[in-house]
Design a binder for this molecule. Structure first.
Ligand code: DX5
Ligand code: ZN
Length: 216
């Protein structure tokens, strides 16, 4: 499988968001990664539903929505209506994760589960066959531009092993501190999808940087 690239708009220029969305539309990227933060689950507040709705109007690729909010069940329907295609919730934020996954599927979206850096992949053992994607955090969620946590490589290997054992079909996506160097090692460890924020939007040529990531 080719590397899936999901540029994170958190690092985009919000005073000129349309230009950045069009750049992604015309690039080799596969998805738009949208980071939703509530100031409770993570120590930061990003943007919410009205912004997602507007992005959806001009985005020509699926919206990969990463919910960093507590009790995300409350907003599954709203994010579907706003245009989410993939909805990822945090393991640490769900009391009834299986129900939340069912809820996301009932609304016709792909369901993802994200794990914080300290959460072992083994917690997914009983749910891995029910989900479409795992989003491994390679930084503590809440901010862009942080440095990559090296322990992530072994988590990717463990997750790939778990998926194989269960004979499941699940995308392994990594979020935080991704660049060409960490991205290459992540792909070697078994990742399929990479989120990149500051590495893409901070680049002199973001369009070309996406192509370089895509070739990993
Ligand atoms: C962090 C977010 C990331 C963030 C990644 O909480 O989940 O998606 O935008 O940013 P970079 O690629 O700059 O680490
Ligand atoms: Zn994210």
């Amino acid at each position: 499988m080719q590397t899936l690239i999901s540029p994170s708009l958190l690092a985009a220029d919000f005073t000129n968001l349309k230009a950045d969305i069009e750049m992604v539309n015309n690039s080799d990227a596969d998805w738009f990664h949208l980071d939703i933060m509530d100031g409770v689950f993570v120590p930061n507040i990003s943007y919410g539903l009205p912004v997602v709705e507007q992005i959806k109007k001009i985005a020509k690729k699926p919206l990969d929505v990463h919910l960093m909010i507590i009790d995300p069940d409350r907003y599954v329907e709203a994010f579907k209506k706003a245009g989410a295609d993939i909805l990822t919730v945090h393991y640490e934020a769900c009391t009834h994760l299986h129900r939340t996954i069912q809820n996301i599927h009932n609304y016709g979206m792909k369901a993802g589960v994200s794990l914080n850096p300290h959460t072992p992949v083994s917690v997914l053992e009983e749910i891995i066959s029910d989900i479409d994607l795992v989003l491994l955090m390679s930084v503590n969620p809440g901010f862009g531009g942080q440095s990559f946590i090296e322990n992530t490589y072994s988590k990717v290997e463990k997750l790939a092993q778990l998926i194989k054992e269960k004979n499941a079909s699940v995308i392994i996506e990594i979020d935080g501190g991704v660049n060409l160097e960490t991205g290459k090692k992540l792909m070697e460890a078994g990742a399929n999808a990479l989120v990149a924020g500051s590495f893409v939007f901070g680049a002199t040529n973001p369009h070309q940087t996406i192509s370089e990531l895509k070739k990993l």
